[in-house]
Design a protein around this ligand. Sequence first.
Ligand code: AR6
Length: 181
Amino acid sequence: MEKEISGVRIQCIKGDIAAQGDMDAVVNAANAELMPGGGVAGAIHRAAGPGLAEECTSLAPIKPGEAVITGAHHLPNRYVIHCLGPVYGVDKPEEKLLANCYRNALKRSEEKGIRSVAFPAISTGAFGYPLEEAAQVALRTVMKEAPSLRFVKIIRFVLFSTRDYAVFEEILAQLASGEHV
Ligand code: AR6
């Protein structure tokens, strides 16, 4: 599913964030230390190889809402952008911190002239952010940023489960048609 907003193609697909070979950059749902973990971070570090964790060492720790960029090592992309999402119920205000992740990841992308970037649903796994709420924040934030992007032309949300995909797809359709905005 795809919607075009201010010349930016916003896509939702079901898939694996570590297997997005047609994208310039992929976003990692990182931990503060930028080390391998479970979920997205595990998949990204496994596919990238140990060089990624080595490169990350000098950039850590990061705070909730921040984003840092590294090379992609053995991943089929040019860059990895590492975001630390808020832990739901702990890092507050959650909504602002989660929106900052998406905004800052797009900022890092623009600085490098990146044209396509793929995001996972940050904070919705180990960090416990309810999926619908997180999807609203993620999609509203990238739609709000779209008009000011010079380089980024494709923003892809890569959802791991059929249910997660269905939620993102529905909210993107609603927001793009102007309902509930
Ligand atoms: N591709 C796309 N999405 C995935 C993948 C994948 N390969 N694997 C899981 N997801 P999480 P968080 C989905 O836990 O909540 C880590 O251990 C998953 O179903 O990866 O931000 C880090 O080290 C969920 O919907 O990220 C941190 O400590 C979403 O991606 C902590 O977890 C995010 O789940 C970060 O927690």
